[in-house]
Design a protein around this ligand. Structure first.
Ligand code: ZN
Length: 163
């Protein structure tokens, strides 16, 4: 997984785009449940992801990005949702926030590992910088989780326990 700079940037654009898409779905879901506070958290995250994607694109400039090879980073589906069918629209705000947090943590680890494993100085630098940005998103979601009541109904399994 030692990316060249163009490979790194191509993956980063895809990662931020996917985050924006997933957050938009989560925001719509929370709005359908009339939870506007949590919906607006997710709408903020949509904006951050799009801003980050656009910053990366600006850095790319006229450079031709390579096609993605096998892509190790993807948002995981929540445990109750199988395959491509999308989210469970009964998902509680607490679970939605936990789900988002789990994916932010994975994004952070992804950037961190890619940066650490690369022999390209710029990929190293950007990997560390983007990982720090994702840590900030994890922290923001943690603050929201602390304020969000934990639902009494349990999920079947909790694949992503808080550390
Ligand atoms: Zn993020």
């Amino acid at each position: 997984m030692s990316y060249t700079l163009p490979e790194f940037l191509a993956h980063a654009v895809a990662l931020e785009q996917e985050a924006a898409d997933r957050y938009l779905e989560l925001a719509d879901m929370m709005e359908a449940q009339q939870n506007n506070a949590v919906a607006s958290v997710f709408r903020d995250m949509v904006r951050y992801s799009e801003m980050h994607r656009d910053e990366i694109r600006a850095r790319v400039g006229a450079t031709e990005l390579p096609k993605l090879k096998s892509w190790q980073y993807r948002w995981r589906s929540p445990p109750e949702v199988g395959g491509e069918e999308g989210f469970d629209y009964l998902m509680e705000p607490y679970h939605a926030l936990r789900y988002a947090r789990g994916n932010e943590l994975r994004a952070m680890e992804y950037y961190r590992d890619v940066g650490a494993e690369s022999s390209d100085a710029e990929v190293k630098r950007l990997g560390a910088e983007f990982a720090a940005e994702e840590s900030g998103h994890v922290a923001a979601l943690d603050e929201w989780l602390a304020r969000t009541p934990r639902p009494s109904a349990t999920w079947d399994a909790d694949p992503d326990p808080l550390p």
